[in-house]
Write a protein of this length. Structure first.
Length: 733
């Protein structure tokens, strides 16, 4: 396993993709247990399912007592630390606690840590203290994690959370500072990125069969973005070197936080857990970076679950973490030689035999890679030729804008034209098949859709802000508030009241169906800021969150929109606020008819996931509904008079789903003038009808501006919006 040497001096290295976390458990299985069916092995042995869909590594026992072996390893660590100290390098040790220790309340019903395992961590620290070894108490650091923001360990993953990594980094900085001043203080500590969130399957979940993996669901990975001020001191020599496994990798933020807290350059050497801490340390001691400049302090990280395996461990059957199985290369440089005295004393096996096996394996891999590369290259060339031919053929007949039109590229029309041109007759079937297989085997619904509880789908942009909504968020909010104020003022001058009804996102209402999904805190901040702005401006608003929550399930399972229950609850809440303004309930009667039986309904989230037209069993179950029609009764024919409109409804697609406008009219006793559009923009419908306000009836008394929470991520439509000037009013007939 190749080690990763990084410098963290005033800059944050590029974060590794989330997929690297999967290697801790997956790679050793593939290498050491390749002849055992992986799904069956994972189900029987590798993963323990606990309470609330928490997963624990089956290769780490929380019952067996191996304290004596761990204490022997502590003695070896002490010997290695003494050798490093002789070369002017002080050593601090971190032992990452068992996940079962940090989340004991999530273990399976009727199970708990044995008494010996419960006392083992304290015994390791006590023995290390007696030997004069500097240990970080990572268990104590867990108490500093704000569990209202994140759990200490990731629910269905082997690793601790980024918040825990930072808490342990702070505790490590305290130990290093207590041991004596470190040189190389920087004028300003390296900046830390903003917290961000992504949904993905944890590495333990990937070991489960597809059916169980879908039930367990995805985890939210809350990590920091890469800092914007990277590169200022990227070439600085590390004062502190971190050596460990994926617990301290940059994705989880341990080295960045340590550098930030110490205000010192920090280096990092890490490998996945199957390499082991001893070989990882030797990798660093043999590196050119160590030969060039030795650090003042070294932070050496272990996992509690593998503490009993010393530098000569040959692995245990069925355990994905197999320390030093490939042997330890004999060091040749000063410092590395000191370590070899400890490590090679416990090493077994023949280096020559292992090298021959590795050489044969590499030869087989090279042959396979060449064949695969040739196949891929041929397919790419064939696809490229087919695409050029199809593009030339369609260029003469496609009426969309030309590819030279910059506006067409910005709007997406050019990309869609290229897609149509290079599409093949069977492409749609291939995409459907791919989406169905991806969901059936991996539980994956693509980047725009996430599954909470089984069968409940959520729009990804409702869980976390889309990239275009992140910056500049405050400027966008101020533009939205200013637009809202101009609408309200202009309508007030015309004697019309503006009432705002913001539909909360499905994830905000159907919280019991999230099952591991989580709505980003920035979404709630934006929601609260918008509602506070309406209140401070004195604009009437109707709370729909409470009524919709009381009516749960108020949304379709496979659609972003409300169902009939939700639409009725929202209509009743809105009507209660409007009736005083329109002089009470009107005289119009409404009739309601329902079709016999239920019918399936393909939700828009199934469409987004590409699963609208795949067989049942290869997608989440469709919603079912009873078709309902609500109509206003009229006494005469086509030319009979109807009461003049008093309420204009300018909304989003929510106002065009589940009969919402008709339900509102029925509750008011009068028909509603519905000009809503299937558009998620902030004020698209209101801006469109605003341009025609000269034709509005004089009877109009209320404008209901309905918008979805998702619309808050969009900028206002400025072309037809009111200017805010006193003369911005139009005569209504």
């Amino acid at each position: 396993m190749q080690s990763n040497h990084l410098s963290l001096a005033g800059s944050v290295p590029a974060l590794r993709r989330r997929r690297l976390l999967l290697a801790l458990a997956a790679a050793p299985f593939a290498a050491g247990l390749s002849f055992v069916p992986r799904a069956a092995l994972a189900a029987r042995q590798a993963v323990i399912e606990g309470r609330d869909r928490w997963l624990f590594p089956g290769w780490e026992s929380y019952v067996d007592d191996d304290t004596a072996a761990c204490l022997k390893v502590v003695d070896l660590i002490g010997a290695a630390a003494a050798k490093l100290k002789a070369h002017g390098i002080r050593c601090t040790i971190i032992v990452a606690p068992l996940k079962a220790r940090a989340a004991a309340d999530k273990l399976p019903e009727g199970t708990a840590l044995s008494a010996a395992v419960a006392q083992r961590y304290a015994a390791i620290l006590a023995h290390g203290k007696e030997a004069g070894i500097d240990f970080v108490d990572a268990v104590a650091a867990l108490a500093n994690v704000d569990t209202s923001q994140d759990s200490t360990y990731i629910r269905a993953d082997y690793h601790w959370s980024a918040h825990t990594a930072e808490a342990v980094a702070d505790a490590t900085a305290d130990r290093l500072s207590a041991a004596g001043a470190l040189p190389g203080e920087m004028s300003a500590p390296p900046a830390l990125g903003e917290w961000t969130e992504a949904m993905d399957f944890g590495d333990l979940a990937t070991l489960l069969p597809p059916e169980r993996r879908r039930v367990i669901g995805k985890d939210r990975f809350i990590v920091r973005e890469q800092a914007d001020d990277g590169g200022l001191l990227a070439d600085a020599v590390p004062v502190v070197q971190v050596v460990g496994n994926s617990m301290v990798q940059p994705y989880l933020g341990f080295p960045q936080r340590l550098a930030h807290t110490l205000a010192r350059p920090v280096g990092l050497t890490w490998t996945f857990g199957d390499t082991g801490p001893w070989k990882t340390l030797l990798n660093y001691l043999e590196s050119p970076a160590f030969a060039k400049q030795k650090p003042q302090a070294l932070v050496w990280q272990f996992n509690e679950g593998q503490m009993a395996y010393g530098p000569g461990a040959s692995g245990a059957v069925g355990r994905p973490v197999d320390h030093c199985r490939r042997g330890v290369a004999r060091p040749r440089r000063e410092g590395a030689g000191a370590m070899s005295e400890v490590a090679h004393r416990h090493e077994s096996g023949s280096d020559g035999e292992r090298e021959q096996e590795a050489s044969r394996a590499r030869a087989v891999l090279r042959q396979g890679h060449r064949a695969m590369s040739a196949c891929v290259a041929a397919l790419l060339l064939a696809g490229f030729a087919l695409a050029l031919t199809s593009l030339a053929k369609h260029a003469k007949t496609d009426s969309t804008p030309t590819l030279e039109d910059a506006a067409a590229w910005r709007s997406g029309d050019a990309i869609r034209a290229v897609d149509r041109a290079i599409d093949v007759p069977y492409a749609a079937a291939l995409r459907r098949a791919s989406a169905a297989v991806r969901y059936r085997l991996l539980g994956d619904l693509g980047p725009q859709v996430s599954e909470g509880c089984p069968g409940w789908l959520f729009y990804t942009n409702g869980l976390r802000p889309p990239p275009q909504a992140l910056a500049p968020a405050e400027a966008k909010l101020q533009a939205q508030i200013a637009t809202m104020r101009r609408y309200a003022d202009a309508l007030k001058r015309q004697g019309v009241m503006l009432v705002v009804a913001t539909v909360p996102d499905k994830a905000r209402v159907e919280t019991e169906a999230l099952c591991g999904l989580h709505q980003d805190a920035r979404m709630t901040s934006r929601w609260n800021a918008w509602r506070d702005a309406l209140a401070s401006e004195g604009v009437a608003q109707v709370d729909l969150l409470g009524p919709l929550t009381a009516a749960r399930p108020a949304f379709y399972r496979t659609d972003v929109h409300w169902n009939a229950r939700g639409a009725q609850a929202a209509a009743d809440a809105l009507a209660a606020a409007l009736l005083p303004r329109v002089g009470g309930r009107g005289p119009t009667r409404f009739t309601t008819t329902q079709d016999a039986g239920v019918r399936p309904r393909v939700g828009d989230l199934l469409q987004l996931a590409g699963l609208a037209n795949v067989p049942d069993g290869w997608r989440p179950a469709m919603d079912v509904e009873v078709a309902e029609t609500i109509r206003a009764e009229r006494a005469g024919g086509l030319l009979d008079d109807t009461p003049p409109a008093q309420v204009l409804l300018a909304g989003s697609s929510f106002s065009r789903r589940s009969g919402f406008a008709d339900r509102l009219g029925r509750a008011l006793g009068q028909e509603v003038w519905n000009v809503s559009l299937d558009d998620g923009r902030f004020d698209r419908a209101l801006a469109a009808i605003w341009a025609q306000r000269a034709t509005w009836p004089r009877s109009l008394r209320v404008v209901v501006w309905e918008m979805s929470e998702d619309g808050l991520s969009e900028a206002p439509v400025s072309a037809a919006a009111p200017t805010g000037k006193a003369g911005d009013s139009s005569r209504r007939d």
